[in-house]
Design a protein around this ligand. Sequence first.
Ligand SMILES: *[C@@H]1O[C@H](CO)[C@@H](O)[C@H](O)[C@H]1NC(C)=O
Ligand SMILES: *[C@@H]1O[C@H](CO)[C@@H](O)[C@H](O)[C@H]1NC(C)=O
Ligand SMILES: *[C@@H]1O[C@H](CO)[C@@H](O)[C@H](O)[C@H]1NC(C)=O
Ligand SMILES: *[C@@H]1O[C@H](CO)[C@@H](O)[C@H](O)[C@H]1NC(C)=O
Ligand SMILES: *[C@@H]1O[C@H](CO)[C@@H](O)[C@H](O)[C@H]1NC(C)=O
Ligand SMILES: *[C@@H]1O[C@H](CO)[C@@H](O)[C@H](O)[C@H]1NC(C)=O
Ligand SMILES: *[C@@H]1O[C@H](CO)[C@@H](O)[C@H](O)[C@H]1NC(C)=O
Ligand SMILES: *[C@@H]1O[C@H](CO)[C@@H](O)[C@H](O)[C@H]1NC(C)=O
Ligand SMILES: *[C@@H]1O[C@H](CO)[C@@H](O)[C@H](O)[C@H]1NC(C)=O
Ligand SMILES: *[C@@H]1O[C@H](CO)[C@@H](O)[C@H](O)[C@H]1NC(C)=O
Ligand SMILES: *[C@@H]1O[C@H](CO)[C@@H](O)[C@H](O)[C@H]1NC(C)=O
Ligand SMILES: *[C@@H]1O[C@H](CO)[C@@H](O)[C@H](O)[C@H]1NC(C)=O
Length: 754
Amino acid sequence: MKWPQSVLSACTLAHCAQGVQALNFTGLQSLVQRQIPQHSDGFIFKSLDGSGDKYTIVDTPEKVHSITISCTSLSACARGLYTYLTDVGNVDIWWTGSRLNQIQSPLPPVEKSISGEAIVPLRYHFNTVTFGYTTAFWNFDKWTNLLDWMALRGINLPLAWNGYEHILVEVFREAGLSDSEIEEFLSGPDFLPWNRFGNIQGSWGGQLPMQWVEDQFTLSKQIIQRMVELGMTPVLPSFTGFVPRALPIHYPNASIVNGSQWENFDTSLTNVTFLEPFDPLFSTFQESFIRKQMTAYGNVSHVYTLDQYNENDPFSGNLTYLHDISAGTIASLRAADPDAIWLMQGWLFFSSSAFWTMDRIESYLGGVEDPNAMIVLDLYSEAQPQWNRTQNYFGKPWIWCELHDFGQNMGLEGNLDELTNGPMTALNSPGSSMKGMGLTMEGQEGNEIVYDILLDQAWSSSPLKIADYVKSWVSRRYRTTHTPADAQNAWRILSTTVYNNKDPNSQATIKSILELRPSLTGMVNRTGHHPTLVPYDTNTTVLPAAKLLLQASNSNPHLRHIPEFKYDLVDVTRQLLVNRFIDLYLNLLNVYNSSSTSPNDVSSAGSQLVHLVNDLDRLLYTDESFLLSTWILDARQWAGNGSQANASYAAYLEFNARNQLTLWGPDGEINDYASKQWAGLVGEYYSQRWDMFVKYLADLKANGGVYNDTVISKQLLSFGQDWQNRTWGVTEDEISGTKGDTFEVVRELLQTWG
Ligand SMILES: *[C@@H]1O[C@H](CO)[C@@H](O)[C@H](O)[C@H]1NC(C)=O
Ligand SMILES: *[C@@H]1O[C@H](CO)[C@@H](O)[C@H](O)[C@H]1NC(C)=O
Ligand SMILES: *[C@@H]1O[C@H](CO)[C@@H](O)[C@H](O)[C@H]1NC(C)=O
Ligand SMILES: *[C@@H]1O[C@H](CO)[C@@H](O)[C@H](O)[C@H]1NC(C)=O
Ligand SMILES: *[C@@H]1O[C@H](CO)[C@@H](O)[C@H](O)[C@H]1NC(C)=O
Ligand SMILES: *[C@@H]1O[C@H](CO)[C@@H](O)[C@H](O)[C@H]1NC(C)=O
Ligand SMILES: *[C@@H]1O[C@H](CO)[C@@H](O)[C@H](O)[C@H]1NC(C)=O
Ligand SMILES: *[C@@H]1O[C@H](CO)[C@@H](O)[C@H](O)[C@H]1NC(C)=O
Ligand SMILES: *[C@@H]1O[C@H](CO)[C@@H](O)[C@H](O)[C@H]1NC(C)=O
Ligand SMILES: *[C@@H]1O[C@H](CO)[C@@H](O)[C@H](O)[C@H]1NC(C)=O
Ligand SMILES: *[C@@H]1O[C@H](CO)[C@@H](O)[C@H](O)[C@H]1NC(C)=O
Ligand SMILES: *[C@@H]1O[C@H](CO)[C@@H](O)[C@H](O)[C@H]1NC(C)=O
């Protein structure tokens, strides 16, 4: 069951006319033009014979100040360009923006040629839910920078979900369903990933307008074309089986069941209706779906994302049943596209491990007989690998994925050692069918170093040396030839402590209790999925790092103008404050619990908490990357701008944007799952909740009442329901941008909370 190398050539994943095509560098030249316009003719790309992903970089022999990059694949050339820009040019492109145009002029020579080669054929990007937590409201400008970021880092297999609903709606219409039957099925714009997963159906706060579906389809065509131009094979959607409740009315004899309940949602919003893949109707829908998709985007990919049981257990655990489900699914894909490859997230085998016994996993994966017809994402490899308990997914090719971030929560954390050594060990283990490495973060936020290092490891045949890696990463990030020692020291501390987290119970961004619904119990030291346990000592890590960064900005004032430096200073100070919050919270509990204290003591202990929350809000307001308004304005933009704006559509979009951050569901079904430390949200929402909680405790103290979590919880829920219905003004000046000076605010906060 060996996966032949040739199977993973660009021509196997995508459609190629005949054999290997000559590489078309138009997309890469456009990337250079976009990112480094002053050197738009400074790079020559050439095809190189050979398999795999290899590149070579040399000074162009016949032309000074010009660089020639040769490669066996477009992705390898993009990575070659990146290697030149970062290693020779000391510039990079970040989530905070591209600094590539700050490379020196004329272009620095390579002198001695540089070569590189990917150690795995697949470099993957995205979790299905990243399309809800991060990119839900993005326009093509934001996508442009991310796609360049991805291509340069060598990603060649990204998920491409936008536009799914356009195709799906067409399939359902063709099947005879009415628009209202279809609309009842679809979820809100930033909740679509869970609709696609069959976790939820329908919406709260209004139905998804068809305008959204059409606008996303337009966006999708741009994204997919750009992916292809940049050497990436988009992983396209397919028909999953999840259908509107009304389907059985039109097809009374079809094999249709209800899925399981998701996260306490009411049955009307979950138990999603599922057309079983062994029913011929499933194949009919699949063929229709794939034909329409090919017509829309061209023949750009053979790889299809398809998840039927993500946090949604099968109707039956019968082994034959599970085998028949996957056999029917792959047959439907292959009938529509004879070279189809099914890509699935492996999260279910971890999250629902009680259901997914070994024999069930084997039956389900075994329904796909051709080992080359499936790729499994080992979704949480850095903490909860499943490949090693499933005999390498019973021989199916799989990808080592870093999950790390849930719900786009914020909190410094990482395990650099595992991210470099872990994939190498898996790749070299006996019988390994690992074929790729990639990122499956739920939300793309902060901690950029932990994502960079994994993508860089994919091009290094030995584990990266962490100390050297961090040093050059910092030097590039702060774009100075001589990065101040203080800044390097700050990162040396962080990389050996916060980013050297070996605690198996807190392998993910550490969630701050400040963002959780206040309660007397159960807040601190949570472990597992959403850890609140802080696995390092703040006083010897985050605190000195913040001080050192501030010091660096004093001795080297030019650092103040580097957006990534400012971002990091805010981020580290933010972490200091939220960690300090835990101490204040525990103090409040003690004061409340003590028989010798008064209601005033409770209020004054509580006011310290609220003071800190408001300080945090002030800090976040100083940097554009930490604003609630960005998320909300990104949502509202789809309703048009200025006098053209459709006010009720804008309010609908804003409700959805706010609900996901807070209640996540009509009644707080997964309350605070996707919480954020954003200016505006912290000051308007979390601050109010803590204030209400403190008042509640002080009142109990005064009246001798007994704490009742249900009572305070209801009050806070009702406040949340009110808050999410608010809307921002439609004129620009009513919308807050940044305010305050980062360096002054940090100096003051380090005095208060240091
Ligand atoms: C190369 O790709 C560009 C778009 O990226 C396209 O316009 C052009 O026709 C392609 N050239 C060839 C020779 O296929
Ligand atoms: C459903 O099956 C019944 C019994 O086999 C048959 O009489 C009926 O025509 C079928 N209905 C449809 C819509 O195929
Ligand atoms: C699925 O659930 C809905 C809503 O409760 C119910 O009306 C329907 O009969 C169920 N369908 C099946 C196939 O069980
Ligand atoms: C919803 O799923 C749960 C199991 O998760 C099940 O107990 C319940 O009967 C289902 N309801 C419907 C209407 O299918
Ligand atoms: C796409 O591929 C299908 C079969 O795989 C073929 O029938 C169709 O002609 C192709 N379309 C284009 C535009 O190349
Ligand atoms: C599983 O389903 C098959 C086919 O429907 C059936 O023959 C078999 O008896 C079932 N097995 C069990 C253990 O229920
Ligand atoms: C798989 O690897 C993880 C991480 O190293 C380890 O915790 C786990 O016990 C392993 N599982 C099996 C079945 O070997
Ligand atoms: C949380 O865990 C730490 C050790 O990791 C311990 O020192 C501390 O007492 C715990 N705090 C509470 C409130 O349980
Ligand atoms: C950390 O420093 C704070 C402020 O000086 C102090 O109150 C706290 O006890 C220290 N914590 C530890 C674990 O040393
Ligand atoms: C409050 O005090 C009681 C007994 O004095 C103790 O059992 C309980 O754990 C304390 N609770 C908190 C939150 O400190
Ligand atoms: C807490 O309040 C709820 C709702 O008001 C009530 O139903 C419940 O009995 C109370 N619990 C206790 C322990 O008093
Ligand atoms: C919030 O808005 C929704 C949708 O417009 C409405 O149904 C609901 O009643 C409002 N809730 C509150 C608490 O105002």
